[in-house]
Design a protein around this ligand. Structure first.
Ligand code: ARG
Ligand code: GLU
Length: 724
C-alpha cells in the first residue's frame, strides 16, 4: 500500500502516525489515478486487491478494451456505454445543463422527470458531444528529445507546440481519427490520445430533481448520501457508425464494447474500479502553493459565495421563474463553495501543510548537494520566494474575481466591451444597428437566466465584502462612484440597476434600434460598464501580467520538482496528476469512519430516503410515486430482502470530472455510477488520505429501479446485458 502512497518517505514521526492508523498489511485503499495503457505495471497489485480479469480487458493495444465503453461526456464529465445501441449513463448533474436547455415551465423536466417511451421520443441536445479514447501512446521522446530541462518559458512552449502539432497530425492522418497530445507529470511526459467525438447525442432519461438531486446542496459532498444522481443519453452515428452532425436519419451508435451490468450487489471490502476522466489534481506541489489554496483562494471564494448563494436562494424560493433561471447556475456556484469547505477542513485535520513541510525537509536534505541533478537543490527556495512575492496579488485578484466580478451585471460588462468595439468600426448607422443586434442576440443565454432584482441584492452584499476586504486596493472608479453616492451602497445599487443598459436584453435592443454612430458615449458612461472596465484595466495592466509571470515560473520549477521527486524515490510508481484524460482508479467498497469506529455504513437505502422526506422542503421532498413504490415494496428485480439500495462508498481516488464514471466490480461489470466524494476527503486533489477519502456512487440497482418502476421505461433495460 505504501508503494503507491505519496508520502512514503515522510519523516519518521509522520510515518509512525500513518502506520499506527493504517496497518501496512491492509491491501486496500489505493491512492492513484493511472493511465490505462500502463495498467500492466499494476496487474499484480490489482489482482492482489481482488481483480478477477486480466488487465488487458480494461485496455489493450488491439483496440478491444473497455476503454471503448467510457466517454468524456460534454466538457467535464464521464459517461459509460451500457448497451450495444449506444445508450449512455452519466450523472443527473452532468445532464442538468442540457436538460435546462429543453425544459420549460410547461415541460418542466426538473419537476417531473423525463423518460422517453421509445427512440422517437429521445430529445436531441444541440452542442452536446461525447468523446471516446480509442488508444494512447507515450510520445515523450518524440516531444522532448533534445530539449534540456533548463529551456523554459516561451522558448520551450514554442518548440513543444510545434512538435505537438506535427506529431498529432501524423497520428490523425495515420488513424483517420482525432489525436490530442497532453503533458503529464508537469511536462516531464507526453501522451497522445487517439479519440473520436460524437455530436448527435439525445436525452433518454432524467429523473425529477426529487430523485436526481435529492438532498441538494445539503447532502452534496457528504456521506451518507441519498441522491439518484443519474441520467441517460444515447449516441447517434451517421454512415458507417461514424460521428455526424444531428440528423433525423442517424442511427444509434453500434457499440462493440459496453458494460455488462451486475445486479447482485457487493459487500464491504469488494474490489472496485473507477474508469473515467478526472480533471485536475495537484498532488506534488510545494507547501507554499498548497498554502495559497488553503489560506487564500479557498477561504475567499467561500466567503464571497456564501453571500451570493444566500441571496440567490432567497429569490429562488420567491418564484418558480427565478428558480428555473438560477437552478443550474446555483448548482455550479454552490458545488465549488461546498467542496472548498470540505477541502479546507480535510487539509486542516490532516495537517497537510505540515506534512508537505516535513517532506520538503527530507527532500532538501537529499537534494542539497546532489551531483545527479544539481538543479534540485534550489527548487524549494526559489518556489518559496516566488510564492511569498505573489501571495498579496493572488489575494487581491481572488476578491476581484469572486466579489466584484461575482456580481453578474459587472461581469456582463465584458459583453458591452464587444458592443463598444462595434462603434470603432465606423459603420453606417443601419449596419451598426444590425451588428449590435447580433451581439445582443448572442447574449440570449445570459438574459434567459438572469433576474436583475436578484442580482441587485447580490451587488449590495458583495460590494460590502469587496470594500471591507480590499479597502486599500480599490480601483479608482469604485472609490469615486461610492463617494458620489454618499457611501451608501444601497443607493448606489439603485442607481446602477435603474440606469445600466446591461440590465436587460430589451433595454439593449431598444438602444440598438435607434442608435447613431455618435452614441458610443452612452455605453462608455454606463455605470455597469464603468465598474467592469475599471477592474478589468487594473487586472490587465497590473495584476494579470505579474500573475502570469509567477505561474510561468512556478510551472518551470514544478517541472523540475516533479522530476526530482521521481528521482528521489525510484522504486515508487508515480501517477500523474489528473488532466482530464482517461484514468483508472482502484480500491474497494468501504464505509467511512474518519474519527473512530465505523460511523457510517458503506451503503444507503430507499428507507432512509423516505425517512428524510419533507414535503415543505425543496430538496428533501420525495416524489409521490416513489413513496408509493416504497410502501408497496414494489422493487421489482432490484431490491433484496425488501431493501432497496441507493448509494455506496468506496476508496477509489477520484476527482471532479469523474462524475458519471462507471464503477466496476472484480469482473469488470458495472455496479454503480460515481458522482461525488465525501466532505472529509475532498482534499484528495492535494493529498489522499485512505482513512477519509471516499468516492460516492449511485447503486446501479437503484438506477434500474427508477428507470423501470418510476420512469416506466423498461424497454431500455431490455437492451442492456444484466448478469448476476
Ligand atoms: N459534488 C458533485 C460534483 O462535484 C455533485 C454536484 C451536483 N450536485 C449539487 N447539489 N450541486 O459534481
Ligand atoms: N461530482 C464531481 C464531478 O462533477 C465528481 C466528484 C468529485 O469531484 O469527486 O466531477
Amino acid at each position: 500500500m505504501f508503494s503507491t502512497t505519496k508520502y512514503s518517505s515522510l519523516l519518521t514521526k509522520g510515518l509512525i502516525f500513518i502506520l499506527f492508523n493504517f496497518p501496512v498489511f491492509q491491501a486496500f485503499s489505493r491512492e492513484g489515478m493511472w493511465i490505462p495503457a500502463t495498467l500492466k505495471n499494476h496487474a499484480k497489485d490489482m489482482k492482489a486487491d481482488g481483480l478477477q480479469i486480466p488487465v488487458d480487458i480494461l485496455y489493450n493495444e488491439k483496440g478491444t478494451g473497455l476503454n471503448n465503453a467510457v466517454v468524456l461526456f460534454g466538457r467535464g464529465c464521464t459517461g459509460e456505454v451500457i448497451s450495444p445501441l449506444g445508450l449512455i449513463l452519466t450523472n443527473h448533474h452532468c445532464g442538468y445543463g442540457s436538460v435546462q436547455g429543453v425544459s420549460t415551465t410547461e415541460k418542466d423536466y426538473f419537476a417531473n422527470g423525463f423518460f422517453a417511451k421509445n427512440r422517437a421520443e429521445e430529445i436531441p441536445i444541440a452542442g452536446l458531444t461525447v468523446t471516446f479514447v480509442r488508444r494512447m501512446e507515450n510520445v515523450t521522446d518524440k516531444i522532448l528529445s533534445g530539449i534540456n530541462d533548463t529551456i523554459r518559458g516561451a522558448e520551450r512552449d514554442n518548440i513543444i507546440a510545434d512538435r505537438i502539432t506535427a506529431i498529432a497530425k501524423e497520428f490523425s492522418e495515420r488513424t483517420h481519427l482525432d489525436a490530442s497530445i497532453k503533458p503529464y507529470f508537469e511536462g516531464n511526459q507526453y501522451w497522445v490520445a487517439i479519440t473520436e467525438t460524437y455530436r448527435d447525442i439525445r436525452l433518454v432519461g432524467f429523473p425529477p430533481n426529487g430523485i436526481g438531486s435529492f438532498g441538494g446542496d445539503v447532502e452534496n459532498w457528504m456521506w451518507p448520501r441519498h441522491t439518484g444522481d443519474f441520467s441517460m443519453f444515447r449516441i447517434y452515428a451517421g454512415a458507417n457508425n461514424k460521428p455526424a452532425e444531428y440528423s433525423s436519419g442517424n442511427q444509434p451508435y453500434h457499440a462493440d464494447q459496453y458494460f455488462k451490468i451486475n445486479t447482485s450487489g457487493y459487500k464491504e471490502g469488494d474490489f472496485t474500479l473507477v474508469y473515467g476522466f478526472p480533471g485536475t489534481t495537484e498532488e506534488y506541489i510545494s507547501s507554499y502553493e498548497l498554502k495559497e489554496v488553503y489560506s487564500i483562494t479557498d477561504p475567499i471564494s467561500i466567503a464571497a459565495r456564501t453571500r451570493k448563494l444566500d441571496v440567490w436562494s432567497k429569490h429562488m424560493t420567491l418564484s418558480r421563474d427565478n428558480f428555473l433561471k438560477y437552478t443550474s447556475k446555483r448548482a455550479g456556484v454552490a458545488n465549488g463553495w461546498k467542496k472548498w469547505q470540505g477541502e479546507v477542513r480535510g487539509l486542516e485535520v490532516n495537517k497537510a501543510i505540515e506534512k508537505k513541510q516535513a517532506f520538503e525537509k527530507s527532500f532538501q536534505k537529499w537534494a542539497g548537494n546532489l551531483k545527479e541533478y544539481p538543479l534540485a537543490g534550489n527548487i524549494l527556495a526559489e518556489m518559496r520566494a516566488e510564492a511569498e512575492a505573489a501571495d498579496p496579488l493572488i489575494t487581491e485578484d481572488q476578491y476581484n474575481k469572486e466579489a466584484a466580478l461575482g456580481i453578474e451585471l459587472v461581469a456582463q460588462g465584458a459583453a458591452m466591451e464587444k458592443m463598444i468595439g462595434c462603434f470603432r468600426l465606423n459603420l453606417p448607422d443601419s449596419t451598426l444597428r444590425d451588428t449590435l443586434n447580433k451581439v445582443i442576440n448572442s447574449m440570449g443565454w445570459f438574459y434567459k437566466n438572469y433576474d436583475h432584482a436578484t442580482d441587485k441584492d447580490v451587488f449590495i452584499t458583495l460590494m460590502v465584502l469587496y470594500f471591507t476586504k480590499c479597502a486599500a486596493k480599490l480601483p479608482e472608479y469604485y472609490e469615486s462612484a461610492y463617494k458620489a453616492h454618499n457611501m451608501d451602497i444601497i443607493a448606489w445599487a439603485e442607481d446602477v440597476y435603474t440606469n445600466s443598459l446591461l440590465v436587460s436584453a430589451d433595454r439593449l435592443k431598444k438602444f440598438a434600434s435607434t442608435v447613431h454612430t455618435s452614441d458610443s458615449i452612452k455605453l462608455l458612461n454606463d455605470p455597469a460598464w464603468l465598474l467592469y472596465n475599471s477592474i478589468n484595466s487594473v487586472r490587465k495592466q497590473r495584476i494579470l501580467p505579474a500573475l502570469k509571470e509567477y505561474y510561468t515560473k512556478m510551472h518551470y520549477l514544478n517541472r523540475l520538482y516533479m522530476k526530482a521527486q521521481m528521482m528521489k524515490n525510484k522504486s515508487k510508481i508515480f501517477y500523474p496528476d489528473a488532466n482530464l484524460t482517461l484514468r483508472v482508479a482502484y480500491g474497494n467498497v468501504k464505509g467511512l469512519d474518519p474519527d473512530g469506529p465505523a460511523k457510517y455504513s458503506f451503503q444507503t437505502t430507499l428507507g432512509e430516503v423516505i425517512a428524510l422526506d419533507d414535503s415543505t422542503s425543496d430538496i428533501f421532498k420525495v416524489p409521490k410515486k416513489l413513496k408509493e413504490l416504497y410502501y408497496k415494496k414494489d422493487f421489482g428485480r432490484w431490491g433484496k430482502n425488501g431493501v432497496m439500495p441507493v448509494a455506496f462508498t468506496a476508496s477509489n481516488h477520484t476527482s471532479g470530472g469523474n462524475s458519471g464514471s462507471p464503477v466496476l466490480n472484480a469482473k469488470g461489470e458495472l455496479i454503480g455510477t460515481n458522482f461525488d466524494r465525501a466532505f472529509e476527503g475532498t482534499m484528495s486533489d492535494y493529498l489522499f488520505d485512505p482513512k477519509r477519502c471516499r468516492n460516492i456512487s449511485v447503486d446501479i440497482r437503484y438506477t434500474l429501479f427508477i428507470i423501470e418502476k418510476f420512469g416506466g421505461a423498461g424497454w431500455l433495460i431490455d437492451e442492456m446485458k444484466l448478469v448476476k
